[in-house]
Design a protein around this ligand. Structure first.
Ligand code: IMP
Length: 436
């Protein structure tokens, strides 16, 4: 990646593609890892020497000594979630001070965001999204409404007090009128958040300046996406999406680093597909194969513990995702989870009203009329767990990956064959590209 030192890494479908582990593995090659969207709705699981770390807000890069973590302006920050994650990392002896930074322009999630979300999700007549109930959507609503609280404002105690008083008055009134919710107390909220602000202050800086300076100095930055491309507020399966820009474009607006400074885009896809929450899922499996994948892949939400819906690889969707993100490299995770599949159907196209098409519908009616067209590949039926060289994979597993690569239009750079850092193969061309 000469002159292409920085990279965006993101989930290619609906999140949970296993980015956490891949960001962790790749962070060795980068100086900084910056989160650009979402909040503590993300769940990034990393296993290091058998020890499991689940990070929801803090970029996975901080697990590597020497790699700095940045929470960009595009993130919505729950101060309490942040502090409890910092504590967990400090408790296991990770050096966090001086390694982790929060944008002064990131928006703050406050308790009334969660209150409104919980009430609204269950209100009659509302489309249930199946959110993570972390207050993410309402915090982004306030941001766009220009009534949000940013981290820089959190640190200003006079402003914080007035903001909480006014916001509580408004939100309590709305929540009570619409949903009969009990009001929140602004006084205790202010006191709690003013205390949190003091602990957060040392982490806060202008991270746009910091990141651009780092790039000027020849450092490499990895922009870590949260959720997945099809959960993006603009490009995803609206309204069953998250409230931020999960696609590669979000890396630019969510950190303040211009597009000309980002060298490549790496999409992470499982060898199959999963989704949590509601929303369309053309290749969802409704037979025993779903249970097999769920059990072998431990497909339960890292944040909410909900069982994930499982499906076969959807190539039209992956091609679309690669297009909107400009994905150059793909990382295929959880290859080993498919070791026991006898046959592996792969969706190669959609039939809508009898017509074969590659176009992803924009609306729910379109999704409902999709009949996926499958090509069935033979399963390899033996263990690929821990294999780290492509040639050592069984021939049928190699064939599966080659098919995926040819049909998706992006190059496979890495394959993950187990949850541990070590159970990862890096293909030679990608290894070469990473050396720059
Ligand atoms: P929200 O982000 O909590 O508003 O939830 C909106 C939708 O995005 C729901 O379907 C969630 O299940 C989904 N979602 C949010 N974060 C993640 C994630 O990290 N992985 C997978 N799905 C997610």
């Amino acid at each position: 990646m000469s002159q292409r030192k920085s990279a965006v890494i993101l989930g290619a479908q609906w999140g949970d593609e296993g980015k956490g582990k891949i960001v962790d593995v790749l962070s060795e090659k980068f100086d900084m890892v910056a989160r650009y969207a979402g909040g503590h709705n993300a769940g990034h699981t990393v296993i290091i020497e058998g020890k499991k770390f689940v990070l929801q807000l803090i970029p996975c890069g901080v697990l590597r000594p020497g790699c700095k973590g940045v929470i960009g302006n595009g993130v919505v920050l729950d101060p309490m979630a942040f502090l409890s994650e910092v504590k967990k990392l400090k408790d296991v002896g990770l050096p966090i001070d001086g390694q982790l930074f929060i944008s002064n322009r990131a928006q703050v999630i406050l308790p009334y965001h969660r209150m409104i979300e919980l009430a609204a999700e269950n209100a009659p007549g509302r489309t249930k999204i199946g959110t993570t109930s972390r207050g993410i959507g309402p915090a982004y609503e306030d941001k766009m409404h220009r009534s949000g609280l940013r981290v820089v404002d959190l640190l200003n105690s006079a402003l914080l007090r007035t903001h909480i008083q006014n916001a509580c008055f408004e939100k309590n009134t709305i929540a009570h009128a619409l949903f009969g919710t009990e009001p929140l107390d602004p006084k205790s909220m202010y006191e709690e958040y003013a205390r949190a602000a003091e602990q957060i202050a040392p982490f806060v800086t202008d991270t746009a300046v910091m990141l651009n300076k780092a790039i000027d100095d020849g450092q490499k930055v990895m922009f870590e996406g949260a959720q997945g491309a099809l959960l993006d507020i603009d490009h995803g399966t609206y309204p069953f999406v998250t409230s931020s820009s999960a696609t590669a474009g979000g890396a630019v607006t969510g950190t303040g680093v211009g597009p000309t400074r980002i060298g490549t885009v790496i999409g992470v896809t499982k060898a199959y597909v999963t989704r949590v929450g509601e929303g369309p899922f053309p290749t969802e499996i409704h037979d025993d194969s779903a249970d097999l994948l769920r059990a072998r892949g431990q497909e339960y939400g890292a944040v909410t513990g909900r069982p994930r819906r499982c499906g076969w690889l959807d190539l039209p969707l992956l091609r679309y995702s690669n297009m909107i993100n400009g994905t150059e490299w793909l990382v295929v995770t959880k290859m080993d989870v498919m070791d026991e599949c006898v046959d592996i159907p792969v969706c190669t196209g959609y039939k809508i009203n009898g017509q074969l098409t590659d176009v992803i519908p924009a609306d729910m009616r379109g999704y409902e009329s999709i009949v996926p067209v499958y090509t069935t590949l033979k399963g390899w039926n033996c263990s690929t767990e821990g294999i780290t060289e492509f040639e050592k994979l069984p021939q049928l597993a190699q064939d599966y990956l080659k098919f995926l690569e040819k049909e998706s239009g992006a190059k496979i750079g890495m394959v993950s064959t187990g949850p541990d850092r070590a159970q990862t193969m890096t293909l030679p061309a990608f290894a070469e590209a990473l050396k720059a």
